[in-house]
Design a protein around this ligand. Structure first.
Ligand code: ADP
Ligand code: MG
Length: 326
């Protein structure tokens, strides 16, 4: 297996503006991503889950170069990306494309879908003539199931699911190796979600794409991911193969997330490990374990020392408990 992309100890901080009311106060630092590491082999899918506000979008936006990492490295096809180099960023944007959560808002409302899909072609393949570009746009629209006779229409004339297909066609125009999918189906009707997920899987198979697929619950990602990374407050809690993570969740946070996935059996016993309380503010991270303030298994060490992710077989987990008995 060849590694396509890896992330080492990546952190992203946002410096918040000083309050106008209290100009002498220190500028606040919001720690959105805290030392995340992982790698994904070519053609594989890494699912990233965690509740809203856990830094999932910031993580993928940092990889895509849309926000600047404050520490850590991203390595693409064996070469570290220098986010301060324009040439590196240009090369990165060609090989790593994003699919956004809000499909309608992510398309320029003043452009026809032909122009939207053609834009990356003009940008990345300047030698392509107009005729070749049209042929390519039509092929891309065909591939995502949008009739080419609609190519001169505007995004508002399409449904959310269709807009996401157009966004996928646009991403594919760059001929990327990696697709970063940031909750690509969360805004769509449940009936449409499976179609878009299936389309992404078909494209992955045909083109050998590597996927990082973000979702706020495990329901969507468990079927399409080879491995799943569970994030909480910007940190990695657990990472394992999708089967191991779902069938034998070991981190208390993973167990709580799983208990939130709807079960088809209405008589199933409710899992007692439901999350209590709110997500703490990333402006003021808990001392010790990031999850300790909501963890049902917390003991002294959890409040004193931050557990580093460690390998247990193929699985990685950041937890002071040796192993939970299921
Ligand atoms: P998720 O995608 O998991 O819901 P996000 O990555 O969007 O989480 O957000 C993580 C944290 O970073 C949140 O507290 C959010 O408010 C904050 N955040 C995200 N983007 C910015 C930004 N541009 N400036 C300041 N804070 C941000
Ligand atoms: Mg998000």
């Amino acid at each position: 297996m060849t590694e396509m992309i890896s992330v080492h100890d990546l952190s992203v901080e946002f410096q918040l503006l000083q309050s106008k009311k209290w100009p002498w106060s220190d500028a606040a630092v919001l720690k959105a991503v805290n030392g995340v590491s992982f790698s994904v082999d070519a053609g594989k899918t890494l699912g990233v889950v965690g509740e809203s506000g856990c830094g999932k979008s910031t993580l993928v936006r940092a990889i895509a170069g849309l926000v600047k990492p404050s520490a850590g490295t991203v390595t693409l096809e064996g070469k570290p990306v220098n986010y301060s180099s324009r040439a590196d960023l240009q090369a990165l944007r060609r090989r790593v494309q994003m699919i956004f959560q809000d499909p309608v808002a992510s398309l320029n409302p003043r452009m026809t879908i032909r122009e939207i899909v053609a834009e990356p072609l003009t940008m990345f393949f300047p030698e392509m003539d107009a005729e070749a570009r049209t042929t390519r746009v039509h092929a891309l629209l065909d591939r995502v199931g949008i009739p080419r006779r609609n190519a001169n229409r505007y995004p508002h004339e399409f449904s959310g699911g269709q807009c996401q297909r157009i966004g996928i066609a646009r991403a594919l125009a760059a001929e990327p190796k990696v697709l970063l999918c940031d909750e690509p189906v969360s805004a769509l009707d449940v009936s449409i979600q499976a179609q878009v997920v299936n389309l992404l899987q078909d494209l992955q198979r045909d083109m050998g794409l590597t996927l990082i697929f973000v979702a706020h619950d495990l329901g969507v990602v468990r079927h399409i991911s080879d491995e799943i990374l569970v994030m909480y407050l910007g940190g990695m809690m657990e990472k394992a193969s999708a089967d191991d993570l779902v069938n034998d969740p070991q981190h208390p946070y993973t167990r709580a997330l799983l208990s939130a996935v709807p079960v088809p059996d209405p008589d199933a016993k409710l899992n007692p490990e439901v999350l209590d309380g709110d997500l703490p503010s990333p402006l003021n991270l808990p001392t010790g374990c990031l999850f300790q303030s909501r963890c049902p298994k917390r003991f002294d060490r959890c409040t004193e020392q931050r557990p580093q992710p460690r390998f247990v077989g193929e699985r990685q987990k950041a937890c002071h408990l040796e192993a939970l008995t299921v």
